[in-house]
Design a protein around this ligand. Structure first.
Ligand code: GAR
Length: 221
């Protein structure tokens, strides 16, 4: 898929809000996991408040780094947030705590928006088919850490971002949507990251809307 146009020119034909869905609490309740700056979290909140995700709501943000940008954005945006610090827990206990928090908030669909922890089957099974991740490369290229650096080191001329379902193998679940981004001759890490992030902020809400539609159709039978 080519780079998405501006939202005002967005030609994606996504039907939203969903009609009432048995098995889904209207509106679709989103939980977001974030470790860093939180720009994708903010894009999701904005999309719920008048964009492609109108009719959904981000009901909870969970961060693992105290005081991170995502937490500060949540304060500004008025979204409830919770700190679940990975430093005090094993991977398994971290994910058990995440599931417990997400279930307490009756979350329907979980978005890993810059969640820099490897997740375990505990979280994946609790939200099977309802747990998505965004990754800054055209998967299956450049899985794992520093995908932008990997793309620059490999000298590719096309990179991008991917939203996918989370599976046990890192960055390997079913691909929901991708956006391609050119790598320019004079790009450095920061310029390429910025160009990819512009597309992420459009792609992530669109992919979540797509998955919401799919879950709605499944619930309808
Ligand atoms: C995003 O670019 C996302 O693709 C990446 O972290 C950034 C978070 O930015 N995720 C990964 O690399 C996961 N492997 P943000 O905090 O501004 O949303």
């Amino acid at each position: 898929m080519p780079a998405l146009p501006n939202p005002s020119q967005n030609q994606l034909s996504i039907r939203w809000p969903l009609p009432p869905q048995p098995g889904l609490t209207p509106p679709l309740r989103l939980g977001v996991l974030a470790s860093g700056s939180g720009s994708n979290f903010e894009a999701l909140v904005n999309a719920c408040r008048g964009g492609v995700l109108e009719g959904a709501a981000v009901v909870q943000l969970i961060v693992n780094n105290p005081g991170c940008g995502a937490q500060q954005r949540a304060d500004r945006l008025g979204v409830p947030w919770q700190l679940v610090d990975h430093r005090q827990r094993s991977r398994l206990l971290l994910d058990q705590e995440l599931v417990s928090c997400l279930q307490d908030s009756a979350v329907d669909l979980v978005v890993m928006a810059g969640w820099m922890r490897i997740v375990t089957p505990v979280l994946i099974a609790a939200y099977a088919g309802r747990l998505v991740n965004i990754h800054p490369s055209l998967l299956p290229s450049f899985r794992g850490m520093d995908a932008v650096g990997q793309a620059l080191a490999a000298g590719v001329r096309l990179s991008g971002c991917t939203v996918h379902l989370v599976a046990e193998e890192v960055d390997a679940g079913e691909i929901l949507m991708q956006a391609a981004v050119p790598v320019l001759e004079d790009d450095d890490h920061s310029s390429l990251s910025a160009r990819i992030q512009d597309q992420e902020h459009r792609l992530l809400p669109a992919a979540v809307a797509l998955l919401g539609q799919r879950l709605g159709s499944l619930a309808q039978g």
